[in-house]
Unconditional design. Structure first.
Length: 203
């Protein structure tokens, strides 16, 4: 459900484009993103920073698209957003203990430092790649193809990437879980065969 919720503005953008044009779709995307953030705030009383960044980017590039009636701006929006995310992940590494992927996911899983570094780097590379491929599609194919790619292509690539991430970290999880079980077993008291409690004798 969260996955569909995150895609809510993109789905409405796609539907509005098919029904009207790129400019109506852009306005719908801005409104949908605002509505999405309002809903999150009403439900949780807090909004993730990534959502605020996305809102700022869509308002800037979407607004420029509507003001100048030029689809060029909205075509650049995904690339700017992807590269901005990549820059944030990369820039945070210059501060001790600021692996942002680790900060977001360490409550859900335990991984060695090397795995967190690989995970963070892979997201940086993926965002850079997505920004590049968006520009390639936007400026080498029709607007219809770009809109289709924005929903289906980008979503498909994201799913494939996440699956590859799970495959990559699974080997770390598989090696760490037995070690945790063994350490707990080693700490457990071993009952005496005669059934007597393991107390020191008195008197």
């Amino acid at each position: 459900m969260k996955f569909l919720f995150d895609l809510f503005p993109v789905i409405l953008f796609f539907a509005a484009f098919k029904a009207f044009d790129i400019f109506v779709a852009t306005g719908v995307a801005i409104a949908a993103t605002l509505l999405q953030i309002c809903w999150v705030w009403l439900r949780h009383r807090q909004v993730e920073k990534m959502m605020w960044i996305n809102l700022a980017v869509i308002i800037f590039f979407g607004g420029a698209t509507l003001i100048f009636q030029d689809e060029l701006f909205i075509k650049w929006k995904p690339t700017v957003l992807y590269w901005l995310f990549a820059g944030i992940l990369w820039g945070a590494l210059f501060f001790p203990g600021k692996n942002l992927i680790r900060l977001m996911l360490e409550k859900q899983m335990t991984l060695p430092d090397s795995a967190w570094q690989k995970l963070n780097l892979s997201w940086i590379v993926f965002f850079i790649f997505m920004g590049c491929i968006n520009l390639y599609i936007a400026f080498n194919f029709s607007i219809d193809t770009w809109v289709n790619f924005k929903l289906f292509g980008s979503t498909g690539l994201m799913l494939v990437f996440v699956i590859l991430q799970l495959i990559m970290i699974r080997k770390y999880l598989d090696t760490m879980i037995p070690a945790t079980v063994d350490s707990r077993t080693a700490e457990a008291p071993v009952p005496r065969r005669d059934g007597a409690d393991d107390y020191s004798s008195k008197g």
